[in-house]
Structures are given as structure tokens and as C-alpha cells.
Design a protein. Structure first.
Length: 109
């Protein structure tokens, strides 16, 4: 394990959004077992910015807000559009770039 080999380095775990509902449990385990010092949340906070607060408060997760890794949040910027959770966030679903993203993705197929 890297952390045990380099204890003075700060390790940030990443890729947790792919774990969806299990993210809090796996992240907690990684920190408790000293595999990482911090848990980085990327695309998950685009679809569910209150996830950390809900977890820390012991609230039930809002399943409809959990990132399902559709990747529109990363496809948009690669196509010159804004980043956001187009499938799960009403703001981005109604944003002019949502239609542009659908058109650009269809053209790539």
C-alpha cells in the first residue's frame, strides 16, 4: 500500500463516484484503514452537492441525486460546453448546452 510506503505524503482517494450508493462506506473504510488521508469527490458533487453534509449528519442518501456516471459532466467540457449534471440537475437539463450536448453526442455515433 502506497500510504504505508510513503507516510509523509498526503494521499487523496479518487474515483469514488463510480461506487454510487456505496461511496460513503468505501470512503470511510479507506480513511479508517489509513489507505488515504482524504476522499476526493468530483462528479458526484455536480449531481449531489449535499452528499457530504447528508453523510456526516447521518441522513438517508437521496438516491435520485446520486451520480450514475453518465459522463455528460465530462463530455460537455470536452465539446466546449459547460460542465454539469445534465441528466439529474434541472438547471443543466434546461441549459442551452443540454441540447447542444445531445446533438454533438449523436453526431459522434
Amino acid at each position: 500500500m502506497l500510504k504505508s510506503e510513503f507516510p509523509r505524503l498526503v494521499f487523496v482517494g479518487s474515483g469514488y463516484s463510480y461506487l454510487q450508493e456505496w461511496l460513503p462506506h468505501v470512503a470511510q473504510h479507506a480513511v479508517r484503514t489509513a489507505q488515504v488521508d482524504l476522499v476526493g469527490l468530483g462528479r458526484m458533487v455536480l449531481s449531489y452537492p449535499d452528499l457530504p453534509a447528508d453523510v456526516l449528519a447521518g441522513r438517508e442518501l437521496r438516491r435520485k441525486a446520486i451520480c450514475r456516471t453518465f459522463s455528460d459532466c465530462t463530455s460537455g467540457p470536452r465539446l466546449g460546453l459547460v460542465s454539469g449534471c445534465y441528466p439529474l440537475d434541472a438547471f443543466y437539463a434546461e441549459h442551452p448546452d443540454a441540447q447542444r450536448l445531445r446533438e454533438r453526442k449523436a453526431a459522434l455515433v
